[in-house]
Ligand binder design. Structure first.
Ligand code: IMP
Ligand code: MG
Length: 182
């Protein structure tokens, strides 16, 4: 029997690869217009946003820079604990820079509200957010998403960078994980 990770029966497809690309092209075009006279610094939140970011970057026809941060909200379950910690910090000062944070998903908003405030406090000229997914029903902290890919229902999703316990980041599409215990 052959095993396929990508057509695993525990996955219910939500957004196919083509639909994701189309949406990201639109987001990139809008970002290029909004930042046309600027030199934004995109801060990619590892690891989940890396695939989204690699496609988004190539859809923004502008002079820009990229840096990476890693944030931990503890644990590898399907729920965020609420405690946030910077695991990998920036290597450069961001004073006076126009920052665009690139994140995979905003769920409770705890991670992003912490990170956006932290970046503001470092003296950035502006701090905006591009997020691929918004699970709005679960919000506990208000977070303004300046560039959003898709709204999603309160389901646990994987693929296109998003994981469940480090699995499924390599799926080329986004799927609902039907049974996390399986
Ligand atoms: P928040 O702090 O609750 O907004 O959670 C943000 C982080 O939780 C995201 O960056 C993801 O790493 C993770 N997360 C939340 N929902 C999901 C999901 O449905 N699938 C995969 N990861 C998720
Ligand atoms: Mg993440």
């Amino acid at each position: 029997m052959t095993t396929s990770e990508f057509s695993n029966t525990n996955l219910q497809p939500l957004f196919p690869a083509e639909e994701i690309q189309t949406r990201i092209s639109q987001m990139g075009a809008q970002i290029a217009v909004d930042y046309r006279d600027k030199n934004p610094l995109l801060i990619v939140v590892l690891k989940g946003a890396c695939i989204f970011a690699s496609d988004l970057l190539r859809a923004i026809d502008l002079k820009l820079g990229i840096e990476f941060m890693a944030i931990s909200s503890y644990g590898s379950s399907t729920r965020t604990s609420g405690e946030v910690r910077i695991v990998k910090d920036l290597d450069v000062p961001i004073e006076g820079r126009d920052i665009l944070v690139v994140e995979d998903i905003v769920d409770t908003g705890l991670t992003l509200s912490y990170l956006l405030a932290n970046l503001h406090a470092r003296g950035a000229a502006s701090v905006k957010l591009a997020a691929l997914l918004d699970k709005h029903e679960r919000r506990e902290r208000e977070v303004v998403i300046d560039y959003l890919g898709f709204q999603i229902p309160d389901e646990f999703v994987v693929g296109y960078g998003l994981d469940f316990a480090e699995r499924y980041r390599n799926l080329p599409y986004i799927a609902i994980l039907k049974d996390p215990a399986a």
